[in-house]
Ligand binder design. Structure first.
Ligand code: GDP
Length: 193
């Protein structure tokens, strides 16, 4: 998809605030700092629409972006901040769970993992959670520019092993620096619209 129009429509905490449209939604989830904002900005050809590197303690909201009047990207707040209190963590979990399990418009989740490292426990939990609810997953391995091409197969295999990756899901190697995987990511997303 060639994106010319993208805008944030709402930062929601409650289901009542979700957009009232029936447009398909693609949610994006990953650890803080994984490169989620950079991924969104790359796909929509913007430098700074999605905020990069949300700081700990910032309001945990689901940010809905309207793309080409055709779909919503739903930016899920990053997990994995050690400093977040238990209460906040529980609130975050409930918000995500409600959204993912109850939202009819949700077509697939882009689950971002760092291509350099084995997935964290939270990455694995998120993947299992999505599989349990039978939500299609597009795994995006970020920051591929930081790994030599000769090592790509090894890293891909390690990530898939740790996730117990389901071969019916998509696995995309991505870099917001080189734009590697941008077209492939759009193709995978468009399959679910
Ligand atoms: P978020 O917290 O998941 O939204 O992550 P950001 O998009 O803010 O990225 C976190 C950090 O990783 C920033 O310093 C980015 O510049 C950097 N980063 C993100 N994507 C890439 C990438 O593809 N390659 C490289 N080398 N750095 C990246």
């Amino acid at each position: 998809m060639q994106v010319h129009k993208a805008e944030i429509v709402i930062s929601a905490v409650q289901p009542e605030q979700y957009p009232k449209t029936k447009l398909p939604e693609i949610a994006l989830a990953g650890r803080s700092n994984v490169g989620k904002s950079s991924f969104i900005n790359t796909l929509i050809n913007r430098k700074g629409l999605a905020r990069t590197s949300g700081k700990p303690g910032k309001t945990q909201t689901l940010n809905f972006y309207l793309i080409e009047e055709a779909l919503h990207f739903v930016d899920v707040p990053g997990y994995g901040y050690a400093k977040v209190s238990k209460t906040e963590r529980v609130k975050w979990g409930q918000m995500i769970e409600t959204y993912i399990t109850e939202r009819e418009q949700l077509k697939a989740v882009v689950s971002l993992v760092d291509f350099r490292h084995d997935p964290s426990e939270e990455d694995v939990q998120m993947y299992n959670f999505l599989k349990y609810y039978e939500i299609p997953v597009i795994v995006v391995a970020t920051k591929s520019d930081k790994i030599k091409r000769s090592q790509w197969n090894k890293h891909e295999a390690a990530i898939k092993r740790k996730l117990v990756f389901d071969a019916t899901d998509d696995f995309i190697i991505f870099s917001s620096e080189t734009k590697e995987g941008k077209e492939e990511a759009w193709k995978a997303i468009e399959n679910f619209l």
